[in-house]
Design a protein around this ligand. Structure first.
Ligand code: ADP
Ligand code: MG
Length: 701
């Protein structure tokens, strides 16, 4: 009836039935036997370790104690009725308390008998007690599935508890399920891979993740299941990449022509760094192959991604194709437009800009010019992807700051040409390797890991409130040299009102310290109308104001080379990658730049690590790794919804080695057997075919 025993719906399991099945589905998303087996414990209680009564302290979690019940009495009545037993070992006495199941306790717990009592200790009136302890006769130590050493603890919910499916209830179900179906659970990894990495087989891994006999078996099971989890993600990602390459031919940029050459020799005001050259070359090779390129370019702030993007767009133009570049915001799009039109002349390429604010009249003209091929490079916001915007022959799309664009938007762009254009995604948010491999595992990745020569590393200092006047003095000194200063305040939804008050107070103090007309200050925060924000930003960009006070709305990628000081207020409240992004707003010109992290005196351990890291290093990749360790993957990318990160066991911060093993295995697999026709890979082929049924173009893009 079902494809495999694992697809059996949970209601068929002994002890479940329709109403429990309903809650299991709703509360935990457990629909099938497979789902049940993959509801792994989130921790284990060591049942091999025994405590003595005089070792108990209120900080202990679950513990077990061997002792004898020396008295037992019922006290209180009605709802306060309870049984208290005094429990004794050779080091002292404690109490065991029951408020429910009194009859059972009365019948089964007998004075004079030795038990193992298990539970969480609390202290009351100077005496330790355990409420509703689990009791076992001392000699016969039997719980759940055989002799438990590490007892699994499962996630449950209030509702499930009402159906007697607390952690222990789930333990019982899963134990029963394993007993019933373990011999029928199919292996899902090829044997040669299991052998190569010396993994336990699927059955053993499942048994041991739920009911390990010891820590060693448990870690082997964990390793196997993590490997499997990461392996199948990589298998899908790399399989999609292959499919895409088979399905979609790419436009071919055969030659480097006049535009690239003239730009490089006559217009480019600087020598490309070696890293920039390398990435341009990677793109050049990629776009020659007749296969659609999907490349992610990672480069720290200021590493010069724009020049790489422009060279690539000119390459498209040289081969008779149009190119476009999409930025996440209007301001950024304008800035790209400004810096690109500054670098090229109209007789080299025709560049245009399209944003949500483009007037209807202009827009109509623009649409026409795009369709006629009179525009070579179009720069803009997501207004570019509207269906009305049609190109004559779009060959390359550059997406700046990828993390704000979803997969669907990417797919929309692909359809702008019969043969989908090459895609170049730029990000200044360095992504830890493991995360990149998982999130963007189907993309090729280029890294610009070098800053242009002569760029002085930003000096970062951490100051406390008491040193505020010194900070103001420093600002004055830099402004006197003709520099500009950013001051950033946190503005967080949960504490918005208070944050706005701080911002106001800050502005007041600043207006006092930096009075007009000697100083001009621009203020930008999230609650201002867009037009005002843009006006204020523009004042600063044009050098008409020296101080820019902002909440985090300062745009990613905004480029004001003359700004050389970044002050971050309440820096301890920002995440590491945010701090790094903010710091990246300075250090863009030839002058020495500074970042000042202001904080209160009280710092959490994590807050301290963040600030210390910022002071110690400017390396975005190093920072992103530390950020990943501190926060875990979900928060970092803001892409929790991507589903790729919906990992049950594997942890991208900790399991880098397993991830590399899994990815390398898949890469080798496709190199050796691209169509998965070898018999030993048949199960993998079957897995992918099962997935593909019903999967549309959008989902694989
Ligand atoms: P990002 O990678 O953050 O987008 P940009 O492309 O905005 O960086 O470049 C930052 C600044 O560095 C710009 O002013 C740009 O003109 C300059 N720049 C880029 N590449 C070089 C280079 N090879 N040598 C000198 N300056 C460069
Ligand atoms: Mg940029």
């Amino acid at each position: 009836m079902f494809n495999s025993v694992l697809d059996t719906p949970v209601e068929f399991l002994k002890g479940v039935g329709p109403s429990r099945a309903d809650v299991l589905k709703k509360d935990l998303g457990l629909f099938t036997y497979q789902d049940m087996l993959a509801h792994y414990p989130f921790r284990y209680i060591d049942r091999t370790k025994y405590f003595k009564i005089n070792q108990i302290n209120p900080d202990l979690q679950y513990i077990q104690i061997i002792g004898r019940v020396i008295s037992k009495k019922v006290i209180g009545d009605k709802r306060a009725k309870r049984i208290i037993a005094v429990f004794k070992d050779e080091t002292g006495i404690m109490e065991l308390v029951w408020f429910q199941s009194l009859k059972w306790v009365d019948d089964n717990i007998t004075v004079g008998t030795a038990y193992v009592a298990f539970g969480k200790p609390t202290i009351f009136n100077g005496t330790f007690s355990i409420s509703h302890p689990e009791m076992e006769l001392y000699q016969r130590k039997q719980v759940g599935r055989g002799n438990l050493t590490l007892q699994p603890v499962y996630n449950s919910t209030e509702k499930l508890k009402k159906f007697n499916l607390d952690s222990k209830g789930l333990q019982r179900l899963i134990a029963g399920l394993l007993d019933q179906i373990i011999p029928q659970v199919p292996e899902n990894l090829p044997q040669y891979i299991i052998d190569k990495y010396q993994l336990p087989d699927k059955r053993l891994a499942l048994l041991n993740i739920h009911f390990p006999k010891n820590v060693k078996d448990l870690s082997a099971a964990e390793r196997r299941l993590k490997f499997e989890e990461l392996f199948f993600i990589q298998l899908q990602l790399l399989h999609n990449k292959h499919l895409r390459q088979l399905k979609f031919k790419g436009v071919t940029f055969e030659k480097v022509g006049e535009k690239v050459n003239r730009f490089y020799n006559e217009f480019l005001p600087f020598e490309l760094t070696n890293a920039q050259k390398r990435v341009v070359k990677e793109i050049r090779i990629d776009t020659q192959r007749g296969v659609q390129m999907n490349r992610l370019v990672q480069g720290d702030v200021g590493s010069g991604k724009t020049a790489v993007a422009l060279m690539s767009m000119l390459l498209a133009n040289d081969n008779g194709y149009q190119a476009c570049m999409m930025a996440p915001t209007e301001i950024l799009a304008r800035q790209h437009y400004a810096s690109i039109t500054e670098l090229v002349t109209e007789d080299l390429v025709r560049v245009a800009i399209l944003t949500g604010n483009t007037k209807k009249k202009e827009r109509t003209v623009l649409h026409e010019q795009l369709e006629n091929g009179e525009i070579d490079i179009l720069i803009g916001t997501h207004a570019l992807i509207e269906d009305k915007v049609q190109f004559k022959n779009l060959g390359l799309v550059v997406i700046d700051e990828q993390h704000r664009f979803g997969v669907e938007q990417r797919a929309k762009l692909w359809r702008k040409n019969i043969i989908p254009p090459h895609i170049l995604v730029m990000t200044a948010t360095p992504i830890p390797r493991t995360l990149a491999m998982t999130l963007y595992g189907d993309l090729d990745v280029s890294v610009i890991d070098e800053l242009p020569a002569g760029r002085k590393p930003i000096e970062t200092k951490h100051l406390f409130e008491a040193q505020r006047l010194r900070m103001f003095g420093f600002m004055k000194q830099e402004i006197a040299k003709g520099r500009q200063v950013y001051i950033v305040y946190p503005l967080i939804k949960e504490s918005e009102k208070l944050d706005l008050l701080h911002l106001e107070a800050g502005i007041e103090q600043l207006s006092y310290q930096f009075p007009r007309p000697d100083y001009q200050m621009s203020i930008v925060h999230g609650q201002m109308p867009n037009a005002d924000k843009q006006f204020e930003m523009q004042q600063f960009i044009d050098g008409k104001s020296q101080i820019m006070v902002a909440t985090t709305v300062i745009e990613v990628g905004v480029n004001v080379p003359n700004a050389s000081v970044m002050v971050i207020e309440n820096a301890e409240r920002f995440g590491l990658s945010q701090l790094h992004q903010l710091r990246g707003r300075v250090g863009r010109g030839a002058e020495q730049s500074f970042c000042i992290l202001m904080s209160g005196n009280k710092l959490s351990k994590e807050g301290k690590i963040r600030l210390e890291t910022m002071v110690r290093t400017n390396n975005g990749f190093e920072i992103s790794e530390i950020d990943l360790q501190l926060r875990g993957p979900g928060d970092i990318t803001g892409t929790q919804q991507s589903g790729v990160l919906d990992l049950k066991l594997a942890d991208l911060a900790k399991d880098q080695i397993i991830l590399s093993e899994a990815r390398n295995t898949v890469i080798a697999l496709f190199e050796d057997d691209p169509q998965l026709t070898k018999p030993e890979n048949a199960i993998l082929k079957a897995y992918l075919q099962k997935l593909e049924r019903g999967i549309s173009f959008d989902k694989i893009s």
